[in-house]
Design a protein. Sequence first.
Lengths: 385, 525
Amino acid sequence: MSEAATPDPRSAASEPPFGVNEMRLTGRHWLVVAAMVLAFVALAPLLWARLERFEPGPEYRVPYTLSADYWLYQRRLAAVPADAIPVVGDSVVWGEYVRADGSLSRFLSREAGLPGRFANCGIDGVFPLAIEGLLSHYGGALRSRKALLQCNMLWMSSPRSDLSSDKEETFNHTSLVPQRFGAVPCYRADAAARLGAAVARSVGFFGWVNHLNSRYFEQTSLPRWTLQEDGDLPAHPNAWRLPGPPLSLYEPASDPQRGPGSRRHRPWSAGGRSPQSFEWVGLDASLQWAAFRRTVALLRERGCDAMVVVGPFNEPMVAPEQRPRFRAMRDGIADWLQRSGVAHVVPETLPSALYADASHPLTEGYAELARRLWQDEEFRTWAVR
Amino acid sequence: MLFHTLPFLLYMAVVAPGFYALRRTPFWLPWLLAASYFFYGWWNPWYLLLVVYSTGLDFLLVLLMDHCPARGEPCTPRRDRTLRWALAAFGGSAAALAVVAVAGPAALRPTLIAFTVLVGLMAVGATLADRRMWLFISLFNNLFLLLFFKYARFVAENLNAALAALGSPVMMPDPASLTPPGWEYLLPVGISFFTFQSMSYTIDFYLGRVERERSLLRFATFVCFFPQLMAGPIERARHMLPQFRQAQPFRPANLTDGLSLFLVGLFKKLALANYLSLYVERVYADPASFPSQDLLLATFAFAWQIFFDFSGYTDMARGVAKIIGFDLALNFRNPYTATGLGDFWQRWHISLSSWFRDYVYIPLGGSRGGKAATYRNLFITFLVSGIWHGANWTFAIWGVMHALGVIATRELERSPFYLHRVPRLVKQAGVFAYVCVAWVFFRAADVPQALLILRRMFAGPMTLSAAPGLMLALIGCVWLYQFLYESRLRPLLTAAPLRVGLAAGMLVYLALCSSGGGAFIYFQF
C-alpha cells in the first residue's frame, strides 16, 4: 500500500501540542544558528589568543597549576623561537624540584652560550603515553625543527607506572592517553568519558574553553566556580567574587615548593631512604615504551630532527640485585634508537647526591647533566648544526 | 545511555538513518525494537529480561482476555479452544513449578513459588474464562514487580522495626535474599514507567477503550520505545500504538522540530538543572550548618532543578521521538505559573497525573459521590502518587501535602473571588510557595531531615551570606520567559530573531559553561 493512499493514523486534532516555549526553529533558522555557533567556535579562540598577552621569556615553562591547559601548551610550542630547541618531556624536563632557572633547558642554554637556545617544553605530570597524545593533538607547531626528547625509564619501573596493570588506577592527563577500550588496561573510564576526551582534544575550541577554566576559574567551569566555597564557616556560596586574582600564564616569582631554598630540594638519601626494588616491565610489554617509540616516529614524520636523552636515572637508588636488569633495559632502549637511526645520548648516571628521587635531579644535578651532554660530541654537533 | 552524552549522539546517528532507510520495508519496526532493547540493555543487560517478561505476559493476558466474553456477556468457561489449551498448559506448568519449588534448590524457592502462584492464577483464569481474572493477574503481576523491586526493602525494614518494637522474634527477610543466586537486588531503571504503560494497555482493553494489539512486535515496541522508556512521558496505547502501524515518511520539519525540542531539553538539563544541583546538594547534605535564607534558597533552587531536570528529559525524549517521526505527549506546561494547586497538577508531569486520574481517581468514584467521597478519592490518589515516586516516608508525606493542599483549596479556587479578584501574581506566588514547602519532603533524605530544614527555614538564624547571583539570574530569566509566554506578550517570543538568538546563545553557553553529565532525577523512580 502506498504511503499516499494510507491515512495518517494521527489526525491534526489528535496531534499533541509542539511545546510550551515557542522555541521552534525551521530549517533556515537552524542554518543561521549553525553559522553563528560555528563562527563563534572558530573565531573566539583566535581572537582570544590576540587579546591575551603571552610572551614567554627564555626561561619560561608552563606553570604547574596550568599543567592540564593544553591550549596554553600549544601556544607555548608555537612561541618557541625558530632558532631555539624545544626540550620535550615530563617533570624531569619541567623541573619538579627546581625553579625555572634551575631546569635542564636553562643549563643547556648556558652551556651553549645562548640564553633561550633550549626551551623548556616539559609538562609536569605527563608520561610517555600522555606525551604522545600531547604532541599528536597539541604539538602541531613541532614540525620541521630540532627537538630534544627525554626518555624517563621511571615509567617502566613497575606495571603501575607503566599503566599496564589490570587494576584500575587514577592518574593525571587521562584525556591524553589512547581512549580505545583496553588500550590502557588500568584506565576504566566509561564510553561517554572516552568519547568526550576524544572530541575535546580533536576540537581546538574545547581546549580554549579548558584554558579559560584553568586560567580564570581555578580549574573548574564558570558555573561551578560561582558556587565555590569561600572557606569560611558556615560554608556558603560566593557568587559575587570577580575572577581574580587570576592565575598567571607565568610562574609565580617565588615558589616555596621548588628551588634550592625549598624543603623538598634535597638529596634523596638525606631522608634516610635506601635503594628500592622496582618491578621493571620488559620493553616488549611496556605500554610507555611503545608510546615513546610512536612519539619518536611522529616527530620524524613531522620532519623533526629529534635527539633523545635516555635518563638520567638515579641508578644507586635501584637495589643492587636489580641493576643488571636496569642496565639491560637501558641498553635495549639505546639499541632500538641506534637501529632506528635516532640520534641519542645515554649520559652516565650522575652522582646520587644530585638526585631528589629516582629520576629528578636537583639544581646542581641539572647543571652537571647539561655539562655532560654538552661534552658529548654527538650531542654538541647536533645542537649547533 | 543518557540523552545528553556522546554515546547517545552516536547511537542516534545509527538509529535514525537506519530507521528512515528501513521505513519502506517490514524491518523498520524490528529495527526500532532492537534499538530500544539495546538502549535499555546499555544500563544493564539483565534488566532486559524484566521488560521482555512484562511485555510478553501482558500481551498474552490481553490475548486470553480477548477469548473471554466481553463485559456484560455471560461467562462460558472452557468453551473456547484457546482457553482450553491455556488451562492445560498453565495447570501443567503450575504443577511442575510447584514440584521444582519443593524439591529444587532452596535458593530458587522464593522465585519458583512466586511463579507457581502466578501460573496457578492463570490456570484459574482459564477455568473461569472471566476478563476480570486476566485483568487481576496483569495488575497483580505488574504491581508485584513494582512492589518487589521498589518497595520490598522499605516494607521489610518498617515491618521489622514494628515487630522489634513489639518484642517479636520474627523478622522479615531482606528482599535481596529472595533473588536467585548471583543476582543483585537493584531497582531496574524506568520500572515505574514501563509497568504503568503496560498496565494501562490491559486496563484500557478491559474497559473497551482500545482494540487488542495483534502484533507482539508492535506491542513490545510500544512498551519499550526508547525515547520514553526511562522516565516517560507515560504513553497510552490508543495514542502510541497507531503510530507504530506505519513508519512516517521523512519530513524535514520533524527533524528541525525534534532538534528544537532537544536543544531546549539539553539546555535545561546541562546548563540549569546540573548547575542548580551543585547548590542544592551542598545545602541539603548538611542543612544544620546553613542559615535560614540559604535553606530557603536551596529549596527554591531545588524546585527549579527538578523542573529543569525532568522537563528537560521530557523535551529531549519528545525531540528524539519527533526526529524519527513520532509524537509523544506533552508532560509539562509551565507548572510554576499555575494559579492553583489543581491547575499545578494539570501542568506538572501531566502523563502521570492523568494516569492516576484515569486509573485510580475515577475508578474510586472520582467526584461522583459527594464532597466527602471526592476528598477521600483525592487523598488516596495523591497518597498513591507520592508513594509511586519512591520507597520513603518523605514521598508519602509529599503526596499527602499535595492532597491536603488540593482538598483545602479546591472550593476556594473555584470561587468567583479567587478567580476574579485575587491578582494572578499573588495566586501564582502562593502556589509556588506551597509547592516549594512540599518539595522539602521530596528532596530531604528522611523525615527528620525534612523537619529540621523546615524548622530552620522558618525559625533558624539569619546571617548575612552572599547570594548565588548567577543562579538567581538564570532562574529569573526563565521565569520571566514563562511569564511572558503566559501573558499577552507571547507574540514577542515567536519573533524569529529572538528564537535564533536564543538557540545560538544556548549552544554557546553549553559549549562554554556546561556543568557536565549526571543522571536524571526521575530515573530513580
